[in-house]
Design a protein around this ligand. Structure first.
Ligand code: T1G
Ligand code: NAD
Length: 730
């Protein structure tokens, strides 16, 4: 069959010929994922180009905003559809005509593996190439662990596969991953590249046959072990990195075919594993969390070219860095020169530390610092498109600041508050433009933590909300839209966990037991080490404002033990060390307090501690859903993973509740309520209703829809989960 005019192989793949060059174009918006029809279309198109005598070379490229961004993740977990990607890749690699992959946007996962099956790759200057499977609890499964080391060397390949981070076109050129970075029209440049190959009768060997770049590790496998150990040190609890290391090791230890087989076996193991299922849930939940069901389609984000931040303390400085990192000029306003200088010095120190670790060049550091301007007058906000307030957590102060911003900021400026707990509606009412006020709750350190709780006030205008979400994405955050309540979603659930943690100390546990239960579960640190890091005085101020007492934590604060910043908190810290050490003085205080309060101390198992900390959080999550402070359970998962260190491979608290089962959780909660006398530990109405529905459906044995006061629920046949509340059931 000859390819002369533009024709569709199927709805997702098109082909056409310009002279002797055949173009095979994938067109599957939004990211050209390799769904079954795309694979089938590619197989047909490449087979046709192979057999068409008029075709001397083939260019593979994509329509739309990006090259293939990988396998279609929505197909995972479903019965595999033919043809397998490996068959497409083998067909392309076996071609006896030059094949050129023309990359724009992102060539990721199976998309990069597809490009690796071509003999040559060209890319636009802004293109990025990577194997991000590790972020889905997977590893490359279509030859990436065998072909990438052969093309760019084992060390670089291992780095790309374990980090999952894409590399820019220029570095890809330097490593040999791409052969040319082309300017202008990509299709034309790729065709010119292909014609030159034909004219010069050049045809490189397929990547699978390349071995030169394997030699170093073959002769010195100990070096690989060192590299692997360094990478695996940072992958606590995750299964995929070790599996990926083994597969990459096969690339220089075994034959290509044997390496492919080992890769495939490990890939399928991970694909069927709980960790990847959880991480795939998080992938889609993260994208849903920024969507607002009732946001009018025409609510367009406002243009944000300049920003201002009020307060250069712990948070203000980090927030300003986020804008500078995204190339947005930002003014940071303080109330005293001393405070301003301190804030700017911390910013500069943070950037220099990143540069020292090789994360930024000195020029880039200067460029970013150059985008941050210190100011001592609030007048400086007059040309800002968005202003983010990060002053002390005091309502009256924040109201005063917003009243001033109302006067000084330009009419269409977005006014955001970084408050951790306070009522955004009350802050908005301190202005004459409450529609322009929104909460943008960053997490410490603000330049590192990925989460941004976007707090929608009662009066927040749709385009202001859309702007906060858009700005969140532009500065590299995972925005999650929440409603107004005390502590919003994350801190509200954190508060519940904190209360249980304090109770566990009185009942028999020690700080290291409680923290140990959470770190074994996968958290980077437990509540008491985290309290010491953030400063126990922060929580103390909040409890005092609430008129609430935490017997042990408050006693420590009264003793001046604020945590790391005073060298003593729940733990003791040697000078210059951040390593928490149990302190007998704290243990004595805890035992005395139990006795003073008449609480009988007894041994508590790690499992019981974990349930005692996590189940009440899930229960509070149910209340948050009932009150529509969060739209979906997945939003709560995203908030806890990106804001509070919940291990991504456990999917988040609400996803985890699914795994454990709502019936078991409710039963334990009732026990906790009885034991503590705390009625708030009784299962939330939504939990009880979902369980009632379970027993009802089991009885009726018919799936059905039923209106519940807070949400609409459809019941599965097997077991009652949050999934009816979750998005689109992926
Ligand atoms: N499969 C299915 N849907 C996908 C998808 C994918 N690979 N990537 C994105 N989407 C959807 C996404 O859910 C959203 O949908 C829309 O596309 C836009 O995405 C064999 C096994 C490419 C950098 O891990 O990193 O290949 O919400 O909002 O910010 O070895 O999407 O609009 O309904 O994120 O511009 C490896 C995943 C797969 C890349 C674009 N590939 N994607 O970011 O848009 S595993 C990945 C991304 C694999 C092989 C293995 C990003 C992006 P909706 P978006 P964006
Ligand atoms: P901080 O004490 O470190 O910094 C506050 C800064 O605001 C100080 O430098 C102070 O000089 C400045 N300031 C006070 N009044 C001002 C005014 N009128 N004009 C200009 N500057 C003024 O506090 P922080 O930890 O950065 O917290 C700031 C806000 O962010 C609070 O609302 C807090 O609840 C919230 N927050 C804190 C964290 C955290 O972990 N620290 C996390 C999320 C949100």
């Amino acid at each position: 069959m000859s390819i002369d005019v533009e024709d569709s192989v199927n709805d997702f793949v098109k082909q056409h010929r310009e002279g002797s060059v055949a173009f095979i174009v994938v067109d599957n918006p939004p990211v050209n994922a390799l769904r079954a029809e795309v694979r089938a279309g590619l197989l047909d198109a490449f087979s046709a180009a192979r057999d068409d005598k008029a075709v001397a070379a083939i260019v593979l490229m994509c329509a739309g905003r990006t090259f293939v961004a990988g396998a279609d993740i929505t197909e995972f977990g479903k019965p595999p559809m033919p043809p397998p990607l490996s068959e497409v890749i083998d067909t392309i690699e076996a071609m006896d005509k030059p094949t050129v992959a023309a990359v724009h946007g992102t060539a990721l996962g199976g998309g990069l593996e597809l490009a690796l099956s071509c003999r040559y790759r060209v890319a636009t200057p802004s293109a990025k190439l990577g194997l991000p499977e590790i972020k889905l609890g997977l590893m490359p499964g279509a030859g990436g662990t065998q072909r990438l080391p052969r093309l760019i060397g084992v060390e670089k390949a291992l780095g790309m596969i374990i980090s999952g981070d894409p590399v820019p076109a220029q570095s890809a050129l330097e490593s040999g991953l791409v052969d040319e970075v082309v300017e202008g029209d990509l299709g034309a440049a790729a065709a010119a590249f292909a014609r030159k190959l034909v004219a010069e009768k050049r045809m490189r060997e397929p990547v699978r046959d390349m071995t030169e770049k394997l030699a170093e590790m073959r002769s010195n496998p100990a070096k690989f072990d060192e590299l692997a150990a360094a990478h695996l040190k940072r992958s606590r609890g995750l299964a995929a990195p070790a599996a990926a290391v083994d597969a990459v090791r096969s690339s220089f230890e075994a034959s290509f075919e044997e390496g492919l087989k080992r890769e495939r076996a490990k890939f399928l193991e991970l694909l069927a594993g709980d960790q990847s299922k959880a991480q795939r849930h998080v992938f889609f939940a993260e994208r849903e969390a920024a969507k607002v069901a009732d946001l009018p389609k025409d609510a367009k984000p406002r243009q944000i070219k300049r920003a201002a931040v009020i307060g250069a303390g712990t948070m203000g400085g980090g927030i300003a860095m986020c804008f500078a990192n995204a190339g947005i000029p930002v003014k940071i306003v303080e109330m005293s020169k001393e405070a301003l200088d301190r804030g700017l010095a911390t910013i500069a120190k943070n950037y220099r530390n990143t540069a020292a670790r090789g994360g930024l060049t000195a020029e880039e550091v200067d460029r970013r610092i150059g985008l941050i301007e210190g100011e001592l007058s609030l007048e400086a906000v007059s040309d800002a498109d968005i202003v983010i307030e990060a002053v002390f957590e005091e309502m009256e102060l924040k109201k005063r600041v917003f009243a001033d911003l109302d006067r000084l900021a330009k009419n269409d400026a977005v006014l955001a508050t970084n408050t951790s707990y306070l009522d955004v509606n009350a802050i908005a009412q301190a202005t004459n433009r409450p529609g322009s006020v929104v909460g943008m709750h960053f997490f410490s350190p603000a330049n590192v933590m990925k989460l941004l709780e976007v707090v929608r006030g009662a009066a927040t205008a749709p385009d202001v909300l859309a702007t906060a979400i858009d700005v969140g994405r532009r500065i590299g955050k995972a925005p999650a839209v929440v409603g107004v309540c005390h502590g919003f979603v994350g801190n509200r659930m954190l508060r519940v966990r904190g209360i249980e943690a304090e109770r566990l100390l009185l009942e028999g546990a020690l700080p290291q037991d409680v923290d140990g239960a959470l770190t074994s579960f996968g958290f980077p640190m437990g509540p008491f080490a985290m309290g010491d890091l953030a400063g126990l005085d922060v929580g103390w101020r909040v409890r005092k404002a609430e008129g609430r007492r935490a017997e042990i934590a408050d006693r420590l604060c009264e003793m001046g033990r604020f945590g790391q910043k005073t060298g003593k908190g729940f733990y003791v810290y040697e000078a210059g060390s951040r390593t928490p050490k149990p302190d007998p003085e704290v243990e004595r205080l805890i035992v005395e307090t139990s006795a003073r309060l008449g609480v009988k101390r007894e041994a508590i198992s790690k499992e019981d501690i974990l349930e005692r900390l996590v189940y009440p959080m899930i229960n509070e999550g149910a209340r948050i859903l009932e009150e529509k402070v969060a739209q979906r359970p997945g939003d709560i998962d995203v908030i806890w993973i990106y804001g509070y260190g919940w291990p991504v491979w456990r999917g988040g608290p609400m996803y985890y509740a699914d795994q454990v089962g709502l019936a078991a959780i409710s039963a334990r909660l009732r026990e906790f309520a009885q034991k503590t006398g705390d009625k708030t530990l009784e299962p939330a109405p939504l939990l009880a209703q979902l369980l009632a529905l379970l027993s009802w459906t089991a009885a009726a044995d018919e799936p059905h829809d039923r209106q519940l006061p807070a949400v609409t629920v459809s019941a599965g046949r097997a077991s009652m989960t949050w999934s009816p509340l979750t998005t689109r059931g992926r």
